[in-house]
Design a protein around this ligand. Structure first.
Ligand code: VAH
Length: 310
């Protein structure tokens, strides 16, 4: 097994490459990103995933059998340059899908997001088949990507599997341009005894997931028997939904003097377009998904781990 991870230096990529190396061996994983990853231990390749020839060369050179395509520009950063966001997110996906068909790759993972939902989807318990009317370029690119993934499965038989991640919270990397990244930054500020200015309203409830649950879900969907994967666009995934006020209350139990002020910016408009909670029954039914972390368990883990890094 030879697994190529694109965007390996990102929030998910950083942790996924470690988990894949632990599970399949250091030499089974080829990490790649558009810039070098400081201190990375293992096989690494510089790769701009929008360059099909470079991707083909790396896949052939390492006899790659699986690709986890994590390279993308996220929601908040994506609004700064819409056409570039569309280009990076879709061109890189087209390259991964086409190279996978050309090189007979066995399995591909494509990360989607609850950002594929928009204002008309139900806010609570948003179902797998709710209407997709994303209002961010990131969400539009992920919704389009889901349909392209399904097309390559139906037309070419490519085994592409996908998860609609909620906002991922982890201690292994700093916030990376997502709307949900306040929920990462807030912990860093708390353990550094700094006040936190939250760019969302205190009542802005969003679907989130602790990184350990997100990575386990990724490995579980990729290891499930092909016959169990019934959804070939992308599976809803839920972890825990909370508001900035609720995560603040959870942190105050550890840091009673922690101060948060709420000054909503353009990212509040993005958050307002997304669901507050997600129904992930199809993932539970088809490949036995179940989250382990609630808000208190996530806060305990985040604070404990970040204190160790101090
Ligand atoms: C973002 N973290 O904020 C991503 C995620 C649901 C949000 O896709 O853009």
């Amino acid at each position: 097994m030879k697994i190529l991870v694109t965007g390996a230096g990102g929030q998910l990529g950083t942790v996924l490459t470690t988990s894949l190396k632990e599970k399949y061996g250091k030499n089974a994983v080829i990490a790649s990103d558009i810039v070098k990853i400081d201190g990375y231990e293992g096989i690494f390749e510089l790769l701009d995933a929008t360059d099909e020839a470079s991707l083909t060369k790396i896949v052939a050179a390492h006899n790659v059998t699986e690709i986890y395509h994590l390279a993308a520009i996220l929601s908040a950063n994506g609004e700064k340059n819409p056409i570039q966001t569309w280009d990076v997110n879709l061109k890189s996906l087209f390259n991964v899908l086409q190279v996978s068909v050309n090189q007979k790759i066995e399995k591909v993972f494509f990360p989607s997001s609850i950002a594929v939902y928009g204002p008309t989807a139900p806010k609570i318990d948003t179902k797998q088949d709710a209407y997709l009317d994303p209002t961010t370029v990131y969400g539009i690119s992920k919704a389009a990507g889901e349909h392209w993934a399904q097309y390559y499965f139906l037309r070419y038989g490519l085994d592409v599997r996908s998860i609609r991640y909620p906002g991922v919270v982890g201690y292994q990397s700093l916030p990376g341009g997502g709307t949900t990244d306040y929920a990462v930054d807030i912990y860093h500020k708390a353990i550094n005894n700094e006040d936190f200015t939250c760019y969302l309203r205190e009542d802005a409830c969003l679907p989130m997931i602790y990184i350990e649950d997100a990575i386990r879900a990724t490995l579980e969907i990729m290891e499930a028997p092909k016959s169990q994967i019934k959804v070939r666009t992308s599976y809803n995934l839920a972890g825990v939904s909370f508001t900035p006020k609720e995560i603040t209350a959870s942190i105050l139990k550890w840091y009673p003097d922690f101060k948060v002020v709420y000054t909503p910016d353009f990212r509040q408009n993005i958050a307002d377009s997304w669901p507050a909670s997600i129904n992930d029954n199809p993932a539970r039914k088809d490949w036995n998904w179940k989250p382990n972390y609630d808000l208190e368990a996530m806060t305990k883990e985040m604070i404990t781990q970040l204190q160790k890094q101090e």
